[in-house]
Design a protein around this ligand. Structure first.
Ligand SMILES: Cc1ncc(COP(=O)(O)O)c(C=O)c1O
Length: 358
């Protein structure tokens, strides 16, 4: 008699690390600064639109989130078929990997970067190739270009980078893309782009880059738009690449409620701009507070700051948690603190009082 071991998942899935989250500590949570969310709930007109859409949610949304894709294409000045929408940037990245990565293909990325990247690449059957950040937490583009080989299918550029908050200058980015083989797809993950204060290329320049055929611009409504719990994201690429991603997406990749909220957020750029401006102000204040206590954070272009605390990272995060402040430690590397919550500085100040005494 043969002994059945039960159904066996694909070998790539064994030993896969879990996407981590920061668990609350012994005291009630006062400020959640561990997941780079926007504070304060949905803005008025966005909330109204989402609530109104719930009543009609017995119907399917449009196929492919067509209404949201059309609005995005028209605001970005690209063809409608150059946009693909789904329930977040990460699900879109997963579909892109599904469409382009064959078993054993390599995906080059800076490391440390967004923790989901290597997991997604492994799930797709690919091999993540991490290229160390420079000493100041930035992408090392020459080293990344050198890591591209015959097996490389995709290069991920997280800009601004999670968790260090650093950015790649636009000119360097364009030269980097120019120097890569045309069959290597470059994914520019712009999840935090709204928080970047540098004069940025206009949407036409971004769209022109995406139109090259081997560049994908990935964006989300989870961060500055504040819709993390509703789930909506999009990518802009050539029609061929966006079409390949659409072909592996489910027919209804984004809910009607998320579409309504995303459309309302796009229709109120003033609300978005106010929230982003508030977060940028908080970011400078938090950096100033940390610097005043001898803990300089890296300059950041995102809604978080990075403290390169190395071996002290986990201790610092544990102390924060004991004060009801959730921050994200990366053992042996540093601590990422999401900014924007107006109560953050008060609680962080209490933590720093104890930390600096110890
Ligand atoms: C760099 C980066 N890309 C993508 C995502 C995921 O975005 P979404 O919520 O749209 O899936 C995150 C979320 O933290 C992120 O930090």
């Amino acid at each position: 008699m043969t002994v059945s071991t039960g159904p066996v998942p694909r070998p790539e899935l064994s030993g896969l690390a879990a996407y981590s989250s920061v668990a609350p500590g012994p005291v009630p949570v006062r400020v959640r600064a561990s997941s780079n969310e926007a504070p304060g709930g949905l803005a008025g007109p966005v909330l109204d639109a989402a609530v109104a859409a719930v009543g009609g949610a017995s119907r399917y949304p449009l196929i492919g989130g067509g209404d949201l894709a059309a609005a995005l294409a028209s605001s970005l000045g690209v063809a409608a078929d150059a946009v693909a929408v789904a329930d977040g940037a990460l699900p879109l990245l997963d579909r892109l990997l599904l469409a382009y990565v064959r078993p054993g293909d390599e995906v080059v990325m800076a490391w440390r970067s967004y923790e989901a990247y290597p997991l997604s690449v492994q799930v797709a059957g690919g091999r993540p190739v991490g290229v160390p950040l420079t000493a100041d937490g930035a992408h090392d583009l020459p080293a990344m270009a050198a890591a591209v080989g015959p097996a490389t299918r995709i290069v991920l550029v997280c800009n601004p980078n999670n968790p260090t908050g650093t950015v790649v200058p636009w000119d360097a980015l364009v030269s980097f893309v120019d120097a890569l083989p045309p069959d290597v797809l470059v994914v520019l993950d712009e999840a935090y782009t709204e928080y970047d204060e540098r004069p940025r290329p206009d949407d036409a320049a971004v769209a022109a880059l995406a139109d090259r055929g081997n560049v994908v611009v990935l964006r989300t409504f989870s961060k500055a738009h504040g819709l993390a719990g509703l789930r909506a994201g999009y990518l802009v690429a050539s029609s061929a690449v966006a079409g390949a991603v659409r072909s592996v997406l489910p027919p209804f990749p984004v809910s009607s409620v998320a579409v309504a909220a995303a459309l309302a957020s796009l229709a109120h750029p003033d609300v978005l701009a106010d929230r982003v401006a508030g977060t940028r102000v908080e970011r400078s204040r938090v950096r100033a507070l940390l610097a005043a206590r001898g803990l300089p954070a890296l300059p950041s272009s995102a809604n978080f700051v990075w403290l390169p605390l190395a071996e002290r990272a986990v201790d610092f995060a544990d102390l924060c948690r004991a004060h009801g402040l959730l921050v994200r430690p990366f053992a042996g590397e540093g601590v990422r603190i999401t900014v924007g919550d107006p109560h953050l500085r008060a609680v962080l100040g209490e933590v720093l009082d104890v930390w600096c005494r110890g």
